[in-house]
Write a protein that binds this ligand. Structure first.
Ligand code: KG4
Ligand code: ZN
Length: 349
């Protein structure tokens, strides 16, 4: 089965073709991502209207390139999948309408994909991970731990009570004058810094459950920067970035340990694997931390390569393929949803 996927929910215009393998995983036949970073950089963040217009300008040629790279025509494709939410609604409309138009013109099934489900299933595309697993979803707008028991079956174990984890990285980067996008900039500065110089809080660490909180940590970074006697120099900034990143990693490891216990209590066994997904899972320090935590717990850690953690269309094509294979398609009047929590998703939706 071959599916064309389209991703336009934020500031990447992307199209990809994937097929499934008998081994249970998938093969990426092509994966084209056009980042709009340069369009948004002057504003220090993503401007929804600029994003939607840029998707409109580029999507057709990105799709043509994805087909070209795979050496295939639309006649080889079994279904058209597009992110239909959650995300910036202007961009989501551009992607969904394009997918619906192609599906309707070619008589192909359309699959409305939940962007978070696409992140959640990426480890099945790359590593053929079997259900059930524990999912750590860490992106620009989310920070959640979920038990994934099947396609469309997500039980929320914990979530952030204030900022998303990617937001914490982005705001910290802004505060430290590290620019946009924040996550990779903090990671780069942290690599030159001393993570033990500043003792920042580990919010909710040791508390029952596996919720997250990041707003206190962000405030602590600001206060620490203000307390420095002189204007912070490069080394101060690197040390603060490293201390922030270490606090985040420490907190996430603690929350994952609790989530593993919660999973074991309700399923009668530990999760066979912890899967990390979403843009922040590209963070190298976080990947190392999770590796150590999973070794200690004797469970497998699966984190897709960084380019498949940040937004891309291969994950959308794969989620569409899994749904199509299970017999679930979407009507052409499917309404895109700016808000669409994973825990509300059903297999047939
Ligand atoms: O999943 P994603 O690409 O888009 C959303 O669906 O939100 O995640 C974007 C988030 C941004 O906050 C970005 O700063 C963060 O992922 N990010 C990182 C890294 N690469 C991207 N955060 C920390 N370290 C990174 N290397
Ligand atoms: Zn995403």
């Amino acid at each position: 089965m071959i599916v064309l996927g389209i991703e336009t929910s934020c500031d990447e215009t992307a199209a990809a073709l994937v097929c499934d393998n008998t081994a249970g995983d998938g093969t990426i036949l092509s994966n084209v991502v056009l980042s709009q970073l340069d369009d948004h950089r002057p504003f220090g963040g993503v401007v929804p209207e600029i994003a939607a217009r840029a998707h409109l300008d580029h999507l057709d040629s990105i799709i043509a390139r994805a087909l070209d790279d795979a050496g295939l025509g639309l006649d080889a494709v079994d279904g058209i999948a597009a992110t239909a939410g959650p995300g910036l609604i202007g961009g989501v409309h551009v992607g969904s309408m394009t997918a619906k138009a192609i599906a309707s013109a070619r008589g192909l099934p359309f699959i409305a994909v939940n962007h978070l489900e696409a992140h959640a299933l990426t480890a099945r595309l790359t590593n053929g991970v079997a259900f059930p697993y524990l999912l750590l979803l860490v992106s620009g707008g989310h920070c959640q731990l979920l038990a994934v028991t099947g396609l469309g079956q997500y039980d929320l174990l914990g979530t952030t009570i204030d900022d998303a984890i990617g937001e914490a990285f982005d705001k910290t980067a802004k505060l430290l004058g590290l620019g946009f996008p924040g996550g990779p900039a903090v990671q780069e500065a942290a690599a030159r810094g001393n993570a033990r110089r500043f003792n920042l809080p580990r919010p909710l660490k040791g508390r029952p459950g596996c919720d997250f909180s990041f707003s206190g940590l962000k405030t602590a970074v600001r206060q620490t920067a203000l307390k420095l006697e002189d204007t912070p120099d490069d080394q101060d900034i690197a040390d603060l970035a490293a201390s922030f990143q270490a606090a985040v990693c420490d907190t996430v490891a603690d929350r994952c340990r609790h989530a593993i216990e919660m999973f074991a209590e309700s399923h009668g066994h530990k999760p066979p694997a912890l899967v990390a997904a979403g843009g922040v899972a590209a963070n190298l320090a976080l990947r190392e931390t999770l590796d150590t935590a999973c070794r200690a717990q004797g469970i497998e850690l699966v984190v897709p390569p960084p380019a498949l953690c940040t937004d891309n269309a291969a994950m959308v094509a794969w989620a569409g393929l899994e749904r199509l294979r299970a017999g679930f398609t979407s009507p052409l009047d499917f309404r895109p949803r700016p808000r669409w929590p994973l825990a509300e998703l059903r297999a047939s939706e």
